[in-house]
Structure formats: structure tokens, C-alpha cells
Design a protein around this ligand. Structure first.
Ligand SMILES: [Zn+2]
Length: 57
């Protein structure tokens, strides 16, 4: 697991998200800790490292 910084596409708040880097590419929905709106997170992982993190509203 590694902590990645992501930014809410609605309110712009940055917060940390724990990512399981052994699970490969992932796509899931999470709720913003500040405005509580759900958004999609796309994570690309390879060899235990996070390559990229994208958020989609
Ligand atoms: Zn937010």
C-alpha cells in the first residue's frame, strides 16, 4: 500500500488515498472527504509503483 495525493474535481481539495500497488491498474469510486461528492479514480500501477493517478468527475 502506498499513499497517493489526489485532488477532488469538484471542490479542489487535496487529500491522501491509500493505493494497493500490487493490484495493478484500478478504477474505483470514492467520496471526497470535504464535499462528500463521489468521483472516479483511475490508478495505473506497475511493479509495486504508482505510475499515474487520474480523477474524473
Ligand atoms: Zn470535494
Amino acid at each position: 500500500m502506498t499513499a497517493e495525493s489526489i485532488q477532488c474535481p469538484y471542490c479542489g481539495q487535496s487529500f491522501e488515498l491509500m493505493v494497493d500497488t500490487s493490484a495493478g491498474d484500478q478504477q474505483f469510486t470514492t467520496d471526497c472527504e470535504v464535499c462528500c461528492r463521489p468521483f472516479e479514480v483511475l490508478v495505473q500501477c506497475e511493479d509495486g509503483e504508482v505510475l499515474s493517478v487520474d480523477v474524473r468527475s
